[in-house]
Ligand binder design. Structure first.
Ligand code: ATP
Length: 314
């Protein structure tokens, strides 16, 4: 369960909602234990000095049904091939080189979020492989993989606890100086300094009410403190006021430097700057390239650009 809670805190509550919506109340706890099927390989290697190469090699995936959770780790390639139904990812192959920004775009339900879940091994692939620095994620220690990958999602969760504790969650033992550095880099230091209780301010459901943009910047501060080599970012679709939007963008620009990022992109500036754009449709990468090359190719990207990106300001 701890392994589930770890990534979930970086993710949104949405996943819990999806899980609980999928199963009857009695089964919730069984499903909440789902990641216990993510076992550490007896000879797991420690990822160290992670450069941040992320590779998907012919990845197919379907979410395990609640009644087969305990069997899920027994999924085989043969089974995936014999039962195409329910495959959320069908054959995904790409490489993100260390330090590159890879943007994922595509219609709702195409499988973008699912792809990001597989990087930190929240689930195991049904077929194919996901590799970090050449190591199959099933063959590395869970802790070192967790350390290597950081998530910033639209609805960053903060615990009902102090700002200090919320940040130390990312790096236990972080000093106040380190915490302030990360808050400043995330463009939220000025606000926290202005609070009467500073780092001792209690945030979360019943605490100081952070705006969406503030919560995102705290999440970015947490990411900076964790300093993962790989970042998964789900860009906000919700409207932030423009001042907050600029601050969040500045914080993100800073946070992504020198890290490999997989970004579920909603901003024109992101797709323009991405080293590689993957256009995902119905569980497959149907187009890939840069913004300029994809636009001139026409097809789904050009259509998405018209509807999702062109009308938004960069
Ligand atoms: P969006 O842009 O709307 O967020 P997406 O491209 O990120 O969509 P995913 O969230 O990866 O798409 O979803 C891909 C498919 O997997 C959808 O059909 C979705 O309903 C399904 N799905 C997502 N999460 C689960 C889950 N926990 N269990 C079962 N099915 C799921």
């Amino acid at each position: 369960l701890l392994r589930l809670l770890g990534p979930l805190q970086g993710l949104s509550n949405v996943r819990i909602d999806v899980m609980t919506a999928l199963v009857s109340f009695e089964r919730v706890f069984e499903v909440l234990d789902l990641p216990s099927m993510i076992d550490e390989h007896p000879d797991a290697v420690e990822l160290s000095h992670v450069a941040g190469r992320v590779e998907f090699e012919h990845v197919a995936f379907r979410y395990p049904r609640a009644d087969e959770v305990s069997l899920a780790s027994l999924e085989t390639v043969a089974r995936a091939e014999s039962r195409d139904t329910g495959l959320v990812l069908k054959d995904v192959t790409f490489t993100a080189e260390p330090g590159q920004m890879v943007a994922l775009v595509g219609p709702s339900g195409a499988g973008k979020t699912t792809m990001t879940h597989l990087v930190a091994r929240l689930y195991d692939v049904t077929a194919g492989a996901v590799r970090v620095d050449g190591h199959d994620v099933r063959e590395v220690t869970l802790q070192s993989l967790e350390d290597a990958v950081g998530y910033v999602t639209q609805d960053a969760h903060m615990f009902h606890d102090t700002i200090r504790a919320n940040l130390q969650y990312a790096r236990p033992g972080a000093t106040d100086e380190e915490i302030w550095d990360s808050l400043d880099a995330a463009q939220i230091g000025v606000l926290v300094r202005s609070l009467p209780d500073g780092l001792d301010t209690v945030v979360g459901d019943r605490g100081y009410r952070l705006s969406g943009g503030e919560r995102q910047r705290l999440a970015i501060a947490r990411l900076l403190l964790k300093a993962p080599s790989i970042v998964v970012l789900d860009e906000a679709t919700a409207h932030l006021d423009s001042e907050s939007e600029v601050a969040v963008q500045r914080a993100l620009d800073r946070a992504l430097v020198g890290r490999t990022s997989l970004v579920i992109a909603h901003r024109l500036s992101t797709v323009r700057n991405a080293d590689l754009i993957l256009v995902v449709d119905d569980g497959r990468v149907v187009q890939s390239g840069t913004h300029a090359s994809l636009l001139s190719d026409g097809g789904l990207y050009a259509a998405l650009y018209e509807t999702q990106f062109a009308v938004r300001s960069a």
